[in-house]
Design a protein around this ligand. Structure first.
Ligand code: PAF
Length: 281
């Protein structure tokens, strides 16, 4: 696996591969990798001849009060994991390389960023779409793979790619969970042992909603109350939001007709955890 630190070098490597007729996949990450990321890499390997993983903790998607400085980092471990997965290139630019002096251009997907996490993290998705647009332009992959744990992020990226005519296939991969149901996340590293146990309430509450829908419940209010009740049983958890919404537009739904996204953000200690499930009537 080759390590590339500079944009120019990344661009010329990709250009040469494309010219040689190779299909290129990009897996964008912020590092501190877990099985969820590795499942994206494996998906990329199955869909392309060359796999590039980017590792860049993007300062633009963190508000000043958020965890940019303390975001977990372990470059050598990440490098070894990617090498073991057969990744061809690890693209690891510095913040100075990505945002040169005088950088003033941002990409914003309107409307979809108003809901869910967007309502609580102003500017977050603008930072995400800006860096993803840059990565897509630098790497010029045929396909890019993202996880569905960040469901809203994936929808926003799909919208951006469609609206700005990036000729790139965007693939979403299912959430990877620990054996006990906790969705894998780099931020799980913030959890103490009792908090790790408390964090199971997210998955439990989603399971409860799935079971209600399986037994015929369609009314949004009753589903949301049941989910909140489950989360509130856990004293270490603090709900940021629980939302039942249209899986494409992300607009709130009163009831489930065919499919609905149930998405939640919950603080456990200093970890802000998100999870979701698509409920099918
Ligand atoms: O999901 C993430 O890890 C990040 O938001 C992404 C897509 C790599 C952009 O920084």
């Amino acid at each position: 696996m080759r390590l590339i630190l500079h944009i120019r070098e990344m661009q010329s490597w990709s250009e040469a591969e494309r010219r040689a007729g190779k299909r290129v996949a990009l897996v964008p990450t912020m590092g501190f990798l877990h099985e969820g990321h590795l499942s994206l890499v494996r998906e990329g390997s199955g869909r392309a001849d060359r796999v590039i993983a980017s590792l860049f903790v993007n300062p633009k998607q963190f508000a000043p009060n958020e965890d940019y400085r303390n975001y977990p980092r372990d470059f050598e471990r990440d490098r070894a994991l990617l090498e073991r997965e057969g990744v061809d290139i690890l693209f690891h630019p510095s913040a100075e390389e990505m945002y040169r002096e005088g950088h003033h251009t941002h990409v914003e997907v309107e409307k979809l960023d108003r809901f869910l996490c967007g309502a609580f993290r102003p500017g977050h998705f603008r930072g995400v779409t800006t860096v993803v647009a840059k990565l897509l332009n630098i790497v010029r992959p045929h396909v890019a793979i993202f996880g569905t744990k960040d469901y809203q992020q994936l929808q926003i990226i799909r919208r951006m790619v469609e609206d700005l005519n990036f000729d790139i296939e965007i693939v979403g991969q299912p959430i990877v969970r620990e054996k006990d149901g906790l969705a894998m996340s780099s931020r799980n590293a913030y959890l103490s042992a009792p908090e790790r146990q408390a964090a199971l309430c997210l998955h439990r509450s989603l399971k409860k909603a799935e079971s209600l829908v399986r037994h015929g419940e369609r009314e949004g209010g009753r589903i949301l109350s049941a989910v909140k009740e489950e989360l509130e049983k856990e004293p270490l958890a603090r709900i940021e939001y629980v939302s039942l919404c249209d899986p494409r537009s992300l607009e709130e739904l009163e009831s489930i007709r065919d499919q609905a996204l149930l998405a939640l953000a919950v603080w456990v200690g200093r970890a802000r955890l998100i999870d979701n499930t698509v409920l099918t009537a």
